[in-house]
Design a binder for this molecule. Structure first.
Ligand SMILES: Nc1ncnc2c1ncn2[C@@H]1O[C@H](COP(=O)(O)OP(=O)(O)OP(=O)(O)O)[C@@H](O)[C@H]1O
Length: 300
């Protein structure tokens, strides 16, 4: 019996080899309806392969995928065709059809086509044959095709690729709006500064495994706050602080204190040594710094 607890996506023990190369080792994750998930990790980590597995586009060697409780494989994908919209790698585009005609292939609702064209600001070229589209126009058409039917789950592989800053902003806004209405998103991207503005959960993949799944709130709570201090004499400031047992390093023209410390005694230590303080600020690690640190810690 299915109940209110049924997950939007549940992936268990997914394995995949290409020849002798193990690409997915043992992938497990799940997420709920309405979540916006960022799938991140280094080149070749296995993100696209996972997305193809979710869509039933690629046979897996082991494990299983369920979307809304229903199984998905290369032979079983009713739930995918009914509930999922996706753009994985490049959009499949027929050169002689217009953008509008592509969208009509995906839905019978003219109203939906008009809505998505307007939402992604594609009016200027939507009636031109797609062979005359630029890379960014094709990318937007691919995104529009994934969204036009208002699917419950949208899978986007590197959606920001080739988009200009204005289009990235528009897309971000649209994703936020649709997520607010209950659409679930799984988005891979290397542009972590953009991604962290829209996702509420991150799944980090490395070498075919899930290294971490955290909500952004959890991640922010566990991120480090670095204290950045600039003085008139950083080299001497570094010595003075090290002698006083502060966890400090010199980076560029700044001194970075990497663990939480009381501010006043630290500043007094510098002032007592007649070192003038030019600037002090607290800097939260961003998503990129946190993920790079986690990957580096794994290799260490
Ligand atoms: N059809 C294929 N045949 C052989 N190897 C493949 C095939 N598709 C992917 N691979 C390999 O599988 C691994 C994972 O690839 P995948 O495209 O899933 O990575 P990714 O995390 O999406 O990387 P990127 O960030 O570069 O897009 C890579 O080592 C890749 O070379």
């Amino acid at each position: 019996m299915q109940n209110g607890q049924v997950k939007m996506v549940q992936v268990t023990g997914l394995r995949k080899k290409f020849g002798r190369r193990m690409v997915l080792r043992d992938v497990n994750f799940a997420f709920s309806t309405g979540d916006v998930i960022g799938l991140v990790g280094p080149n070749g980590a296995g993100k696209t392969t996972i997305m193809k597995g979710l869509m039933g586009l690629l046979a897996m060697d082991a494990g299983n995928v369920r979307i809304l409780g229903q199984p998905v494989s290369v032979n079983t994908h009713t739930v995918v065709t009914q509930q999922v919209g996706a753009l994985i790698e490049r959009p499949a585009i027929y050169p002689f059809l217009t953008g509008w005609q592509h969208l009509q292939l995906m839905t019978t609702s003219e109203e939906q086509v008009r809505w998505v064209v307007q939402a992604l600001q594609m009016e200027a070229y939507i009636h031109r044959p797609a062979k005359r589209y630029s890379l960014g126009m094709k990318q937007k058409l691919g995104i529009a095709m994934a969204l036009v039917n208002c699917p419950r789950l949208v899978i986007l592989d590197e959606p920001m690729n080739g988009l200009d800053p204005q289009s990235v902003k528009r897309l971000r806004h649209l994703i936020g709006q649709l997520a607010g209405d209950g659409t679930t998103f799984l988005i891979s991207s290397h542009i972590l500064s953009e991604l962290e503005k829209i996702i509420d959960t991150v799944i980090l993949i490395d070498q075919g495994e899930v290294l971490l799944q955290r909500t952004m709130t959890q991640l922010r709570e566990s991120t480090r706050q670095a204290l950045v201090v600039r003085t008139t004499e950083n080299a001497r400031g570094l010595q003075v602080l090290l002698q006083a047992d502060y966890p400090v390093a010199q980076r560029g023209s700044n001194l970075i204190v990497t663990k939480p410390v009381a501010l006043t005694p630290l500043l007094r230590t510098l002032l007592d040594a007649h070192i003038q303080i030019l600037k002090v600020n607290q800097r939260q690690e961003d998503l990129e710094t946190v993920l790079l640190r986690l990957l580096a810690e794994r290799k260490a």
